[in-house]
Design a protein around this ligand. Structure first.
Ligand code: 3H9
Length: 653
């Protein structure tokens, strides 16, 4: 083995048995930054010119092969060589180049691998072209080379969804050629040596396999229906479905499409979301704070929310002890949880062994004392202060002094719940969104007395549950529901001022929400919010503008889709504009002497966006939210705000 030789600050190589083993070391994710591209270019030139080198293996240091192009370079002046130029050099090299995928090969990382003459991966590696999630398309040959390797339908699926594929599936699809049994680099060197002197299988010149046009059309239609106005998926479909044209034409089209999309508002918004997600885990005051160990989680209240939390916790490998008021309720909770696991089994998300393992880690009880082994107890009982404080006092008596108590309250003040316990420093809020095993967002509530290691534990558990945790201070409704209230209030002002529910909903859908606000109300049911408004009526400031339309609907028995009518009518289950609702709205306007006016789609969007952003600014000023990006993440992941608009704080500019 030769001495290591540096081709740039991030690319070095050794020669082993005539093979130049090139290693990229560009933490954190070995992105193809300018220095990596230049190092690769030098290494490839060296391999081509040096007779002692018979083959090349390309691999990386750390857990990632290549995480993609360096997103932080986007928007900055271009630096030569470009990634496509390096990739062209790889494919054209006269000596075999083998990619040894030591970890994730994503975006530009997979494009590098696709140009190699053979791909071998460690069993834990993953591959994917996730560019559409950043509002762009692959820009270094992915849309042209992947279909040449695996056919148009499979390439369409991977590129338009951006999903990551594990080594086993990648092998089955033909994205990679082998999974290494033992040492990856040794296996790659052996593969490279075996290719010396033989015709090389270059991906670019391969012919795209013929595919059933009907199948392609069906897959493409599905992708476009899901895209909700985003440009990148449609462009990805266009590029992949036309991959049978000459390679150079396809590559040129791909490159110009990539460059145009990279500079689009959509891509800027999605990059903001990407970095906001990474920022969100950086929390003030937690540097060097170690989370407490958690292996067993108690869950109090095994209704819909508690069961969802239990499924998330079991899936993350925790043992779960569920508590409910009676043996019967506890057994029903167990059935509900097992039912959700069964569903995962049926859909293939869980295999039988996984199901058995998760089920064996679940126990239920009606006795507080059984929660004694828990490291963390999460309550998901009825959202009532007396019920929750009473429960926490009881738990204080049975759990260990170092165990943590979390409340899942949506609207109550967790400081008041904490104050009722003997150790408020071990209390925090974990506000899950329903269904808790599906929704990615978790608001982690830092209460006045929460100890730093308790907060750190909440964040560590959230990460293990694969949730996106956003830390919030204490305020009514935390970040999400407080902004949602402001948005809802503004929507009701719009109703009173002249817009109709279906017009507001259409504007929201046009903006990119999956569903309009009033349609969502109808789906969720109107009675819980009605009950809350009735409770608040006595303390409401009479000088504040209050819109009575929703109360009138409820009084008329219009409680939402379940009751057959709400903001809309549902003849045969189909959502329809109802003249009776229009009449109620008109009557309310007339009572207040409001002369209705019409609103354009843009006006509706602007007013609602401003209401959200203004409330977000207030949350920042009050120190409830740490960063505008945190607010954006909450609204995108909990309330349907379109990610490609970046969230209300980003969108307001
Ligand atoms: C592309 O490739 C375009 C090409 O088709 C065409 C080119 C011509 N660049 O996520 P983590 C940072 S587009 C720069 O917490 P993990 C990240 O900000 C790209 N920085 O780690 C964070 O920084 P900090 C297509 C990046 O282990 C740190 O790395 N590729 C990039 O949980 C750790 O990140 C993708 O879309 C990047 N590409 O997950 C993949 N990626 O520490 C995007 C990450 O300062 N990346 N950083 O906060 C990922 O999905 C995950 O980061 C990965 C690691 C799975 C790789």
């Amino acid at each position: 083995m030769s001495e290591p030789r540096a081709f740039s600050a991030t690319v070095s190589a050794i020669v082993q048995d005539g093979t130049l083993v090139v290693t990229i070391d560009n933490p954190p994710v070995n992105a193809t930054s300018a220095d990596v591209r230049s190092g690769l270019q030098q290494a490839l030139a060296h391999a081509e010119q040096n007779a002692d080198v018979t083959a090349v293996v390309l691999t990386s240091a750390g857990r990632t092969f290549i995480g993609g192009a360096d997103i932080k370079e986007f928007g900055k002046p271009a630096v030569e060589p470009t990634l496509p130029a390096v990739i062209e050099m790889i494919e054209a090299l006269s000596k075999p180049v083998v990619a040894a995928l030591n970890g994730a090969a994503l975006g530009g990382g997979l494009e590098v691998a696709l140009a190699c003459h053979h791909r071998i991966a460690s069993p834990t590696a993953q591959v994917g072209l996730p560019e559409v999630k950043l509002g762009i398309v692959p820009g270094a040959g992915g849309t042209q080379r992947l279909p040449r390797l695996i056919g148009i339908p499979a390439a369409l699926d991977l590129i338009a969804s951006g999903r990551l594929v594990k080594a086993g599936e990648a092998l089955a699809l033909g994205v990679i050629d082998a999974v290494a049994e033992g040492d990856l680099v040794d296996a790659a060197i052996a593969a490279a040596s075996g290719l010396v002197g033989r015709p090389l299988r270059r991906t670019g010149p391969l012919t795209v396999a013929a595919a059933d046009p009907a199948e392609i059309e069906k897959t493409a239609a599905k992708i476009l229906a899901k895209a909700r106005g985003q440009k990148a998926p449609a462009e990805a479909v266009r590029l992949v479905t036309s991959a049978s044209r000459p390679l150079q034409d396809g590559l040129a089209d791909e490159r110009s499409t990539f460059l145009a999309l990279r500079d689009s508002d959509e891509a800027k918004a999605l990059r903001h979301v990407f970095f906001a997600e990474r920022e969100a885990s950086k929390v003030d005051g937690l540097d060097g704070v170690k989370p407490r160990p958690v292996t067993t989680i108690g869950i109090c209240g095994l209704g819909l929310m508690g069961s969802g939390i239990a499924v998330a916790a079991l899936g993350a490998g925790y043992s779960v002890i569920g508590l409910d008021q009676t043996e019967d309720a506890a057994d029903k909770g167990r059935e509900r949880i097992l039912g959700l696991l069964q569903r995962n089994l049926a859909t293939g998300r869980l295999d039988q062994a996984g199901f058995d393992a998760q089920a064996s880690r679940l126990s239920v009880t009606a006795s507080d004392a059984d929660l004694e082994p828990c490291d963390l107890v999460i309550e998901a009982v009825f959202d009532d202060l007396a019920v929750k404080t009473n429960l926490f006092r009881r738990l204080d008596a049975v759990i260990r002094p170092d165990a943590i108590l979390a409340t899942n309250t949506s609207y109550l003040n967790p400081d008041e719940i904490a104050a009722a316990t003997a150790h408020p420093e071990r209390v925090l809020g974990l506000h899950f969104f329903s269904p808790a095993h599906v929704m990615r967002l978790l608001e982690v509530v830092r209460c006045a007395a929460t100890a730093p290691d308790v907060l750190a534990t909440g964040l560590a558990v959230a990460k293990a549950l694969r949730k996106l945790a956003v830390v919030t201070g204490v305020t009514e409704g935390f970040i999400g529901n407080r902004i949602f209230s402001a948005y809802r209030r503004e929507a009701e002002f719009l109703l009173e001022d002249g817009a109709l529910p279906h017009e507001i909903d259409a504007a929201l859908e046009d903006y990119g929400f999956p569903m309009g606000l009033f349609a969502v109300y109808d789906m969720a049911g109107l009675e819980i919010a009605w009950a809350r408004r009735k409770r608040q009526a006595a303390t409401r400031d009479p000088s504040e503008r209050y819109v009575e339309i929703a109360d009138r609907l409820c009084e008329a028995g219009r409680l939402g889709q379940k009751s057959g009518r709400g903001w809309y009518a549902y003849p045969d289950g189909k959502r329809t504009v109802d003249p009776q609702v229009t009449a109620i709205i008109e009557a309310c306007r007339a009572e207040k002497g409001i002369a209705p006016r019409s609103f354009s789609v843009a006006e509706i969007e602007q007013r609602l966006l401003k209401a959200m952003a203004d409330e977000g600014s207030a949350l920042l000023a009050e120190g409830i939210a740490a960063r505008p990006g945190d607010i954006d993440l909450v609204m995108i992941n909990g309330y349907g705000f379109p990610a490609h608009k970046g969230g209300p704080m980003f969108a307001k500019g």
